[in-house]
Design a protein around this ligand. Structure first.
Ligand SMILES: *Cc1c(COP(=O)(O)O)cnc(C)c1O
Length: 399
C-alpha cells in the first residue's frame, strides 16, 4: 500500500531540497577528534564538534569502557526498575551528584530523553513553566508533554522574565527553565539573576547545562558555577554526549524529591532501557579525571581566548562571551545565508571543518559560522584556523 502514499513524501522531500534545507551528512572515515578525515573532503581540522574537552577518543575512557563491559556485560535488556539497575548505575548517579553539587541524580539514555521526562511528573494544569525563547528543542518537546501552563520570555532578558513571573503568579508551582548556554550564540545564561528573580516570586529553577557540564566554572560544574549560583538551582539536566566523552546518555540532577518523583513517574525512565555499562563506566572515569585536574578545562578556555582574540583582530564580527562556541556573524552582509554556506565550503577546501547556520536554524539575517573550540586543539591548530578564516574571508569580501 505504500505506493499510494509515496508521492506525498517525495513531494515534501523535494520541497525541502528546493528550499535549500536538505541536510546532507558528511561521512567521517576516522574516529572523532580534532584531526579527522572525511569522505571527499580529505584530512581536515574539526572545528564543529561538541568535543570541548577533547575526550571523544580518549584512551583512558576507551579502557574504562572496555573494563566496564568485561565486568558488567554489554547490555541490560531491561528498564531500571525491573532488572536493569547495576551497582555501576548507582555509583555513577552518586558520582554525578557529588560532581554537580546536588542531592541526587537519575540517568537517562540522553539529555533529550531527560528533558522529555522531567516536566510531566512534576507539574500539572495548576502550575506554570516559564521558558527562555531560545531553549533547546528537547525542552520545548518536554514542555509540550506536560499539562502546565506555558509562558515564554525573551532570550536572556531578565525584565521579560520578571513580567512572565508576574503573569504566572496565580499558578501553584512555577518553574523557570533555561539553557545554561545558548548553543547558537555561545551566550552563558545569567543563572544568578534568574535565581534572584525566582526567589523573589517563589519559583523553582531548572538549567539545562548540556553545553557547560565539565568545563564551565572553576570545578567544571557548569553555567551555574560560572555565575556563582551553586546550590541555588533546583533541577539540572545535562548530557554525557558532549564534553564528557561524547558517546551518549544524560541525567537529571537536583533535589532528591524531584529525582524520586522521576524514578516513580518519568515515562522515558520507566519504559526505556538502562544506560549501557560501557557508557556508565567511562562516564565515571571522566568525572574522576575532571575532579583530579583542571588541565583540560583550562586548556579549552585558553584556546577559546586565543581564537576569539585572533579572529576579532582579523576583522570578523563575533558574539562576545567566554564560551568555546564562537559564532562568526555574517548577517550584516548581503545574501548572508548563501554566504555562510560558501564560507564553510571554502574553509573545508582549506582544511577547516565548520558549518554555516542560516534560517530557519537561526533567525533571518543572522547567518553565521559556528566555530567550536576543543581542549585538544593545539596553538598551531588555532593559528592555522585563524589564517584560513582570514584568507577565505578576504576572498569572499567578508573582511
Ligand atoms: C545537545 C543538547 C541536548 C541533547 O543532548 P543528547 O544527550 O544528545 O540528547 C539537550 N539540551 C541541550 C541544551 C543540548 O545542547
Amino acid at each position: 500500500m505504500f505506493n499510494q502514499h509515496k508521492e506525498r513524501y517525495t513531494t515534501e522531500l523535494e520541497e525541502i531540497e528546493k528550499a535549500g534545507l536538505y541536510k546532507n551528512e558528511r561521512i567521517i572515515t576516522t574516529a572523532q577528534g580534532v584531526e579527522i578525515k572525511t569522505k571527499g573532503g580529505g584530512s581536515v581540522l574539526n572545528f564543529c564538534a561538541n568535543n570541548y574537552l577533547g575526550l571523544s577518543n580518549n584512551p583512558r575512557l576507551i579502557e574504562a569502557a572496555k573494563k566496564a563491559m568485561d565486568e558488567w556485560g554489554f547490555g541490560l535488556s531491561s528498564v531500571r526498575f525491573i532488572c536493569g539497575t547495576q551497582g555501576l548505575h548507582k555509583q555513577l548517579e552518586a558520582k554525578l551528584s557529588e560532581f554537580l553539587g546536588t542531592e541526587d541524580t537519575i540517568l537517562f539514555s540522553s539529555a533529550f530523553d531527560a528533558n522529555g521526562a522531567v516536566f510531566e511528573p512534576l507539574l500539572g494544569s495548576d502550575d506554570a513553566i516559564i521558558s527562555d525563547e531560545l531553549n533547546h528543542a528537547s525542552i520545548i518537546d518536554g514542555v509540550r508533554l506536560c499539562k502546565a501552563q506555558r509562558f515564554r520570555y525573551k532570550n536572556n532578558n531578565m525584565e521579560d522574565l520578571e513580567e512572565q513571573l508576574k503573569a504566572a503568579s496565580n499558578c501553584k508551582t512555577v518553574l523557570v527553565v533555561t539553557d545554561g548556554v545558548f548553543s547558537m550564540d555561545g551566550i552563558i545564561a545569567q543563572v544568578d539573576k534568574i535565581c534572584d528573580l525566582a526567589d523573589k516570586y517563589g519559583a523553582m529553577v531548572m538549567v539545562d547545562d548540556s553545553h557547560a557540564t565539565g568545563f564551565l566554572g572553576e570545578s567544571g560544574k557548569g553555567s551555574y558555577e560560572y555565575s556563582n549560583a551553586v546550590g541555588r538551582v533546583d533541577i539540572i539536566s545535562t548530557t554525557f554526549g558532549k564534553a564528557l566523552g561524547g558517546a551518549s546518555g544524560g541525567c537529571i540532577s537536583g533535589k532528591s524529591e524531584v529525582v524520586d518523583m522521576l524514578r516513580q513517574r518519568a515515562r522515558p525512565y520507566l519504559f526505556s532501557n538502562s544506560l549501557a555499562p560501557a557508557i556508565a563506566g567511562a562516564t565515571l572515569e571522566v568525572l574522576d579525571m575532571l575532579q583530579s585536574s583542571s588541565e583540560l578545562r583550562d586548556k579549552v578556555m585558553k584556546n577559546t581566548q586565543r581564537f576569539r582574540k585572533g579572529i576579532k583582530e582579523a576583522g570578523f564580527t563575533i558574539v562576545d562571551s567566554e564560551h568555546p562556541i564562537v559564532p562568526i556573524m555574517l548577517g550584516h552582509l548581503e545574501n548572508d545565508a548563501r554566504l555562510s554556506q560558501q564560507f564553510a565550503n571554502k574553509l573545508l577546501e582549506e582544511g577547516i571543518y565548520v558549518i554555516g547556520f542560516y534560517f530557519p536554524v537561526v533567525p533571518k539575517g543572522k547567518s553565521r559560522i559556528r566555530v567550536q573550540i576543543s581542549a585538544a586543539h593545539t596553538d598551531e591548530h588555532i593559528d592555522f584556523a585563524i589564517e584560513k578564516f582570514t584568507k577565505a574571508g578576504k576572498e569572499l569580501g567578508i573582511i
